[in-house]
Ligand binder design. Structure first.
Ligand code: SF4
Length: 262
């Protein structure tokens, strides 16, 4: 039976990571939940604090051509304090002949540096900025260490204006009541696609002590009925793509091969 494709495999055939932990400290972080399950961290608080270091070997590792898209990063973000090693690994991935998908809740200084350094690799690169809400109150609650909406939007505009291919991930969608306005705001700066998906595994991933009201709001925003309403509102927009969590509800065909990005 064909393997079901989900998560990062919908977008890439391989992921590269160079940092353990992440100072964005998103309350729903799947990488942190996995680290906790594997006993790599003693508790949620350790993520991005006591558990936060560069994996030097991964930075300088010789990269192969994987014959598809490589995603960088997937279990941390591109953070200003690790910008130089991030630029090194991006160069290694590109010089090996790979296509590169950069996924980030972007810090503007990092995106400016990447655009500056890799202008000549533009055709092989695609940015995907995670922007699940416009409201900084919502972003600040769920992603307390990550940049504001304004900084993410400025990063998207910058990459777009520098001639790079751009896309947005609204996964997890945190502000489902505002999805049309989000789309209309972001779409002019998106050349490729805008992905919409649920916050998966809420009960497993979300850290204990998260506000009941905030969780209720997320759950209310991703019921089957709400998913269908959002689909109806955006289904005719050619740039919109639906993640596996939405496709399942909508009865849309699931990807059966890694990295197809459809
Ligand atoms: S940016 Fe990604 S890796 Fe970092 S804490 Fe948030 S979800 Fe986890």
């Amino acid at each position: 039976m064909a393997k079901r494709i989900s998560g990062t495999k919908e977008w890439s055939v391989e992921s590269v990571n160079i940092v353990l932990g992440c100072s964005h400290k998103c309350r729903y972080c799947y990488a942190r939940a996995n680290a906790l399950r594997r006993k790599q961290i003693p508790n949620h608080q350790a993520w991005g604090e006591s558990y936060f270091r560069l994996r030097e070997k991964e930075v300088y590792k010789r990269r192969k051509n994987v014959g598809g898209t490589v995603m960088f990063p997937s279990t941390h973000d591109i953070l200003p304090q690790f910008l130089e090693p991030s630029l090194t690994v991006i160069r290694n991935i590109l010089e090996a002949g790979n296509r590169l998908l950069i996924v980030s809740k972007p810090h503007l200084e990092c995106i400016e540096a990447i655009c500056r350094e890799f202008e000549c690799y533009r055709e092989k690169m695609l940015f995907r900025f995670t922007i699940g809400a416009i409201s900084n109150e919502i972003l600040g609650y769920w992603e307390p260490g990550a940049p504001t909406f304004e900084e993410r939007f400025a990063s998207l505009k910058h990459a777009h204006d520098k001639g790079f291919a751009t896309s947005v991930s609204c996964e997890p969608l945190l502000e489902s009541d505002n999805v049309r306005a989000m789309f209309d705001t972001l779409a002019p700066y998106i050349t490729d696609s805008i992905w919409i998906g649920k916050l998966n595994g809420i009960d497993y991933r979300v850290e204990p002590g998260a506000a009941t009201e905030a969780i209720r709001r997320i759950k209310d925003g991703q019921t089957d009925e709400k998913v269908r309403t959002i689909y109806e509102a955006l289904k005719d927009e050619p740039k919109v793509r639906w993640k596996e969590s939405y496709k399942g509800v909508l009865g849309l065909e699931l990807a059966m091969e890694a990295g197809l990005d459809v």
